[in-house]
Design a protein around this ligand. Structure first.
Ligand code: CA
Ligand code: CA
Ligand code: CA
Length: 603
């Protein structure tokens, strides 16, 4: 039993199921709990499609055709002749289809056979622009007769997954990053601010990128401008495709809705999402994203109209663009945020190859679970519920720790809940504008930001490791029983303690004054992962030269925001030699050098 969906996206609902191909889903998704939990897909009849014409549920001028793998280029041309479209092109990255010279592919040799297989799979999809004599249903009817056509569907319009903004004065700004240990506190926030409170800054010498496939991003916003992607291999405004990826002047991402390089936001949804991920932290302005210290940069990819409609074809093409940036252009995209989707009565795995290609490029996907208030173990939300390991379906958590009644739910289909109600972030009305929004659209970017944070901490983590970390570190909320897998809600508050080791270091300090004593560590918990030691430490104790216990620690933050370990002076008489033992989470051990563990006396 669940309440009638309040935000049921009728327009994309049962319709999208046309595209579903459960047979192929079962092949590509071992363990397919989701696929097995929903009824088999049913192709919509032509009459049903005709009944939807003019409803804005799909684009009336386009189709997406998927050919069988054994269809040749000649077969495809032959199939197309039956409907003589004005044009048709592969639904992939745009390299072949915008009148550009085919570029030399610089890195095919280094691609795995699997990556090439996904590229071939994507090449089976064609976006077909109909001539005016053919309606979408009649062209689908015609193409369904061709045995080499595996699937043909309208270009369904997906919807953003935000709901009406709330200006309830009781909302505490940024509860989504708080924890029980922050001030102000919210025990159901993600705890990112707890890391900041411990002195952790989410930054790295090699930023990671989170692609926001949305309405665009206001790149001049005061709290975003420092953390927006710019393509290092593309010169802006010269009319030349400098990096040879098929997109001229894609200096700041690409617009797959209107096929231009203008990724500025004309709606606000995408800018709000971007702020939750990476609004600038500690700049004295506005808000702060989950990773806002520069470690994560936003890659704006516009796939939606100013009215918030997002063609499936634009989403798929954008995914192939992002995968290409990662695999061939060296842009370290670690996550895609998709705060959009469409719900159907039956499973829909159309375009699953694009998500698999992202997975194999080590890119995670945070996706809105949807705002229909529905059980998606029964119904199906695209793309959140597709069974690919890199997709995390995110439900909308309220600040009282319960799931919003508008959020879709399901113990197999919703992976985790994250703050999604009363979320304050950047919007487009000016460069200093902020606003509250609600919805799984706002929950998803908390997860996308957390993925970015995790990959800053663990640059070499795989999709499976990232997924495991995200889900296994989640807090368990009894109120989410029966609604979210594992009753999980996002909790990053301990992440910077990850991979901690136990070690002993000889500081060898002799106190010569009673001015004070601080121990500052420049050591890292792991020589590869570079987690600052200051962020871990479950216990730190001092021993005298005879091994006697001298005391244990408290913390202090210095003027530069660095965490210092501080001690009561009375425990350390002048001339005392001592050693330090830090005991941390996982019971490992490593000896640190004195250079790594810098001990000094001072205020
Ligand atoms: Ca380019
Ligand atoms: Ca250029
Ligand atoms: Ca800020």
């Amino acid at each position: 039993m669940h309440p009638l969906p309040r935000f049921y996206i009728a327009c994309t609902a049962s319709a999208i199921a046309v595209a579903a191909s459960l047979a192929s889903a079962a092949q590509v998704a071992p363990g397919a709990e989701i696929a097995s939990a929903v009824p088999a897909a049913r192709a919509l009849s032509i009459d049903e499609l005709r009944a939807m014409e003019g409803s804005q549920r799909f684009d009336s001028t386009r189709l997406i055709v998927k050919f069988r793998s054994d269809a040749t280029e000649a077969d495809k041309e032959q199939a197309m002749r039956a409907i003589t479209p004005t044009s048709h092109q592969r639904l992939r990255g745009g390299r072949q289809d915008r009148g550009l010279a085919k570029v030399t592919d610089l890195s095919l040799a280094s691609e795995s056979p699997q990556t090439r297989a996904h590229a071939r799979a994507m090449d089976r999809y064609e976006l077909v622009h109909l001539n005016r004599l053919w309606s979408v249903p009649s062209a689908i009817a015609q193409l369904r007769r061709n045995p080499l056509v595996e699937d043909v569907q309208p270009d369904w319009m997906l919807q953003l997954q935000d709901v009406a903004p709330s200006n309830d004065a009781a909302f505490t700004n940024l509860w989504g990053v708080q924890s029980a240990a922050t001030s102000p506190a919210n025990p159901f926030g993600t705890g990112a601010a707890e890391l900041w409170q411990q002195g952790y800054a989410c930054k790295t010498t090699q930023p990671v990128y989170v692609a926001v496939l949305d309405t665009g991003v206001r790149s001049t916003h005061e709290d975003l401008k420092d953390n927006i992607f710019t393509n290092p291999a593309e010169k802006a405004g010269d009319g030349i495709d400098n990096d040879g990826n098929g997109f001229i002047d894609d200096f700041r991402g690409w617009n797959f809705y209107s096929h231009t390089n203008n990724t500025e936001d004309d709606h606000s949804h995408g800018t709000h999402v971007a702020g939750t991920i990476a609004a600038r932290h500690n700049n004295g302005l506005g808000v702060a994203g989950i990773c806002g210290d520069g470690g994560v940069k936003i890659l704006p990819v516009k796939v939606c109209s100013s009215g918030g409609s997002c063609p499936t074809s634009a989403v798929l093409e954008a995914l192939s663009y992002v995968v290409d940036l990662k695999t061939r252009r060296g842009i370290n995209v670690v996550a895609v945020n998709l705060s959009l989707g469409g719900m159907s009565d039956t499973a829909n795995n159309s375009g699953i190859e694009y998500f698999q290609a992202a997975r194999d490029a080590n890119i995670m996907v945070a996706a809105a679970a949807g705002n229909n208030g529905s059980n998606t173990d029964v119904k199906f939300m695209w793309p959140a519920n597709m069974d690919v390991e890199n997709i995390i379906a995110v439900g909308n958590l309220k600040q009282d720790g319960t799931l919003s009644s508008t959020s879709n739910f399901g113990v197999t289909s919703v992976d985790i809940a994250a703050p999604g109600t009363g979320i304050y972030s950047t919007v487009i009305s000016s460069d200093s504008a902020y606003q509250w929004k609600n919805g799984t659209s706002m929950a998803s970017p908390h997860v996308a930001g957390a993925i970015g944070l995790y990959r800053v901490l663990h640059p070499t983590a795989t999709v499976q490791e990232t997924r495991n970390a995200l889900l296994s570190s989640a807090a368990v909320e009894p109120s989410l029983n029966g609604k979210v897998a594992g009753s999980r809600r996002l909790d990053v508050s301990h992440w910077a303690w990850g991979k901690a080791t136990s070690f002993q270091a000889q500081c060898g300090i002799s106190l010569t004054t009673r001015a004070g004593l601080w121990i500052r560590t420049t050591a890292y918990s792991d020589s590869t992962l570079r987690t600052p030691l200051a962020q871990m430490g479950t216990a730190l104790t001092f021993y005298n030269a005879q091994g006697g216990l001298m005391g244990s620690y408290s913390r202090k933050t210095d003027a530069n925001g660095q965490v210092l370990w501080s001690y009561s002076l009375s425990q350390f008489p002048v001339g005392t030699q001592f050693s330090v033992n830090v005991r941390t989470d996982d019971g490992g051990s490593r000896t640190y050098t004195s250079a790594e563990l810098a001990c000094y006396a001072g205020h």
